[in-house]
Write a protein that binds this ligand. Structure first.
Ligand SMILES: [Zn+2]
Length: 204
């Protein structure tokens, strides 16, 4: 098995002329590596595994294997997540290879927040422990928390984080979920999913 991972730092394009369409564009980004829920053979139960920020590189003849090492939060039992399997050295970018050897933390976190990488490894992400933040890409984000705000907010979810649409909306508008629910019912707020991204429409 060999595969390429999507570069999680690569931003997917926002819709054309999005700056004309939306008043505010906000990105949602993870602030640390995803954790995994998995049965630990040593603990003999389901536990959380965390990114050790270390790689394991195996060079066997002309074939190279690279893993990212996760470890059980209780007993440090390790779990290797495959990055490359049986690749020839020419197939791995030399600068990336150096980073594997140096246990480059930024690269480890990049893999650790790529949803695609986890699904390729059939690893179950623990969404409960996910930490994330919102960053303003365009417009006056602070306006969205004012009750007088009317307009369109675009939430760019490049990392495809599993966060409920209504949770994102209530966090960005800084209102409770029950307030949000009422505003949706009154058609003051309309939430639309666009693939993994979300549009919040705030009407008068
Ligand atoms: Zn364990």
């Amino acid at each position: 098995m060999s595969y390429e991972i999507r570069n999680p730092l690569e931003h997917s394009p926002t819709p054309a002329n999005s700056r004309d369409t939306f008043d505010v564009i906000i990105s949602i980004v993870p602030t640390n590596s995803f954790q995994i829920i998995r049965n630990c053979a040593t603990c003999n139960r389901k536990t959380r595994f965390q990114n050790s920020n270390r790689f394991r590189v195996n060079a066997n003849g002309n074939k190279i294997d690279v893993w990212l090492i996760y470890s059980c939060e209780h007993c440090k039992h390790t779990l290797n997540l495959s990055i490359y399997e049986r690749k020839s050295p020419s197939q791995i970018e030399p600068s990336e290879y150096q980073k594997f050897l140096q246990n480059d933390e930024t690269l480890a976190e990049k893999y650790g927040s790529s949803k695609n990488f986890f699904s390729q490894n059939k690893a179950e992400i623990d969404w409960e422990t996910l930490s994330y933040r919102y960053t303003k890409e365009f417009g006056q984000a602070s306006k969205t928390t004012q009750t007088s705000f009317v307009g369109h907010i675009y939430i760019q979810n490049d990392y495809d984080l599993n966060i409920r649409t209504d949770k994102m909306a209530s966090e960005i508008l800084q209102i409770s979920r029950s307030q949000l629910k009422k505003l949706i019912k009154d058609q003051k707020i309309v939430l639309t999913k666009q693939h993994r991204n979300v549009i919040i429409e705030v009407n008068e």
